[in-house]
Design a protein around this ligand. Sequence first.
Ligand SMILES: O=c1ccn([C@@H]2O[C@H](COP(=O)(O)OP(=O)(O)O[C@H]3OC[C@@H](O)[C@H](O)[C@H]3O)[C@@H](O)[C@H]2O)c(=O)[nH]1
Length: 434
Amino acid sequence: MSPPANDMPAAPIKTLDKDGKEITTVGFQRFGFDSEVPLDVLRSLYLRPHYVLKANELESLSSAIEESSNAQFTQGAAYQSKSIYHPDTKGISYTTLSRFPPVKLLPPSERKRILVTGGAGFVGSHLVDRLMILGHEITVIDNFFTGSKTTVSHWIGHPNFEMVRHDVVEPFMIECDQIYHLACPASPPHYQFNAVKTIKTSFMGTLNMLGLAKRTKARFLISSTSEVYGDPEVHPQTEDYWGHVNPIGPRACYDEGKRVAETLTYGFQRQDGVDVRVARIFNTYGPRMNPYDGRVVSNFIVQALKGEDMTVYGDGTQTRSFQYIHDLVDGMIALMNSDESRPVNIGNGDEFTIGDFAKLVREIVEKVQDEDGVKRARRVEIKYEPIPTDDPQKRRPDTTRAKQSLQWQPRWTVRMGLEEMVRYYKAKMAEGSL
Ligand SMILES: O=c1ccn([C@@H]2O[C@H](COP(=O)(O)OP(=O)(O)O[C@H]3OC[C@@H](O)[C@H](O)[C@H]3O)[C@@H](O)[C@H]2O)c(=O)[nH]1
């Protein structure tokens, strides 16, 4: 097979943070908890094809795809299996894992039994990667409504890892030291698909997990959201702002669901002494976001990569502030291990109008395509579509509390994160799974 035209040995790309310093690890040592992990090991779990295109070209083709798309980013060893795609029959023969990424050996006093609800989702799977590499014992529960087994399949079979298909609206019994309660659809089209189920998940799921935390005396962290502020009249949003939510609109199932989940959380803290943490997560993006979940970052990247016009809702003057997944996981782990029991905003203050953001995504997709020698048929256009009901006009976190209590601030620039995410989706396209 002749090598692809773009199969040029490329100099490794350096990932620089907001201060221009190279990012080689994520996490940190803080509050007696070491969460530092080499970035390359994490990348080897998501920034590569999960299967190769043809059985008889297994070696050459898989390495060609890897080199052309990702080698500039990931220099680390590949720990996942490579299943084989047979284009003639459109079948995949799955291989089993031969080697897991190395995990730390912790003494029993430091090794925690951690339950992650929604652990097969976008945020959950990155949290699981981090906690696994750090050497903890992880149980994931997920109903796979929006999560997918493939996000954590690289841990299946590992003695520290367990995955259970379970819906948090039903009680769940387990012994554990910490609970990260993430389970709930988070993309507006997904959470509005079945509004009653969404609010039931937020209310009953949180009730069940708080009951479990009460019995086991586990520390409980809930992933709340910037949507508790609704369409805010205060900008940027501090944790003391009570919000501006339409209780009967189409977003209410999520916004009010998370608000009641916070109310429950503090009810259990006051009445039962449950040790609680509340992370109010602002717009977050990164690899493993479902390409079709309808959120803006995945929509724009996938549209631009496919050469389709990008859909800006409304006139594009509404704003959002975008945070990269690794910053969020850093913030959540810092919060869980801190003494801060008040709500904490976890987000990136880099605010964009959606119109400008579309142009930025287009520019980054073009840059990556140019680097890889991909020819574009035409430049994608931006087209305007109706704005969804109750779409917040502006959103930006005030992260003073996170800085003071957790010594946490986002490190990733939006550009750096977007570039990595474009490469992730590009690899998915090369596999044929996008
Ligand atoms: O294709 C698209 C998708 C979205 N948009 C716009 O882009 C903005 C962001 O939309 P998203 O759907 O990504 O996310 P939203 O900010 O509306 O909601 C999110 O808020 C925070 C999290 O808790 C959730 O992930 C989600 O509810 C909105 O103004 C939306 O109208 C587009 O212009 N085009």
